[in-house]
Design a protein around this ligand. Structure first.
Ligand code: SF4
Length: 310
């Protein structure tokens, strides 16, 4: 028997599909690239971006040259083929999706929200790209629609954030996170496992610190080596070694143990573009990764939040 209360299947963590059940409808994300850039690419914070970044660190079904309206239509068609009555969350994933004047954001988000079937927005951004006028607008938006702001953090360790050229600190993240939560906005946090020079204990520490903040959602990713990135140069020169499947699974299980059971785990691995993925090769088999996590949790007789205490 599964001891985890927020589950209706064999998952011992709080999945998005379980959340969908509690909401009373199924919502899928339509992944969009609205053509933003990033303060870590255009020079306002840094140049070149994070060392693993490939086109905004997303894997998109449509190229950005296609209009957002057309991308959304093709995503809705894809989702409806899978589940005809599904609702759609428009997910602005590529680059920094609050890095523009409020007038542009308003026009973009509101045009998408007016499309049939779209029931909310997920906006992925950096914690240092939330001006007071953007926060005011996001607060107003969150009162009108199902809104989640996803903040990329990746690690709570400033040494690592420097190594990966993140160009913001953990403290910057805390300011952004607290500003959003203070306005009652639903927030998701991204962490990446396997960053250069990080030990498993450091990765688990990142999850522990984020768990203390009680985020609404967390995405746990694996660091992928993508062709053409500075990380690929490190990998090719032998200065970076990706995680093994076993190490990754062990870390994920330990991270889930220290996250609050109410936090929705929106991802326990990432989706890399197989055409540009260099390493690790095992990550291409997502079903095996997910199955290995379920198996390890059952064998360890553990579940999300087992070692979380408020
Ligand atoms: S913050 Fe995101 S979009 Fe910007 S450089 Fe880093 S990974 Fe790329």
């Amino acid at each position: 028997m599964n001891p985890f209360p927020y589950s209706s299947d064999n998952k011992r963590y709080h999945t998005l599909s379980y959340r969908n059940r509690t909401l009373g409808f199924t919502a899928f994300k339509a992944v969009l690239d609205a053509g933003f850039t990033c303060p870590n690419i255009d020079g306002s914070k840094g140049f070149g971006g994070c060392i693993y970044c490939d086109a905004g660190s997303g894997y998109f079904s449509s190229p950005p040259s296609i209009s957002v309206e057309q991308q959304l239509k093709s995503e809705i068609d894809r989702i409806r083929r899978r589940k005809p009555d599904a609702r759609v969350i428009a997910y602005f994933q590529a680059h920094t999706n609050t890095y523009a004047p409020v007038s542009r954001l308003k026009e973009l988000y509101e045009s998408v929200l007016s499309c049939e079937g779209v029931c909310g927005l997920a906006i992925s951004t950096r914690p240092d790209a939330l001006s007071s006028s953007i926060l005011d607008y996001l607060e107003a938006l969150s009162r009108e629609t199902e809104l989640t702001v996803e903040l990329g953090l990746q690690s709570v360790h400033d040494h690592t954030l420097k190594l990966i050229n993140r160009c913001h600190s953990y403290l910057d993240f805390l300011h952004g996170y607290q500003s959003l939560k203070g306005l009652g906005i639903r927030v998701g946090v991204h962490l990446i496992n396997g960053l250069p020079e990080e030990t498993p204990d450091m990765m688990i520490r990142s999850a522990f610190c984020i768990g203390r903040l009680q985020p609404d959602a967390v995405k746990l990713h694996l660091l992928h080596v993508i062709r053409g990135t500075p990380l690929n140069d490190l990998y090719e020169s032998g200065r970076y070694e990706p995680m093994t499947l076993k190490n990754y699974v062990d870390v994920i299980v330990s991270q889930l143990e220290v996250l609050p059971p109410q936090t929705v785990i929106e991802r326990v691995t990432g989706d890399a573009d197989k055409r540009t993925l260099v390493a690790p090769a095992w990550s291409k088999d997502k079903i095996r990764v997910l199955g290995s996590i379920d198996k390890a949790m059952a064998e360890r007789e553990t579940w999300q939040g087992k070692y979380y205490n408020t």
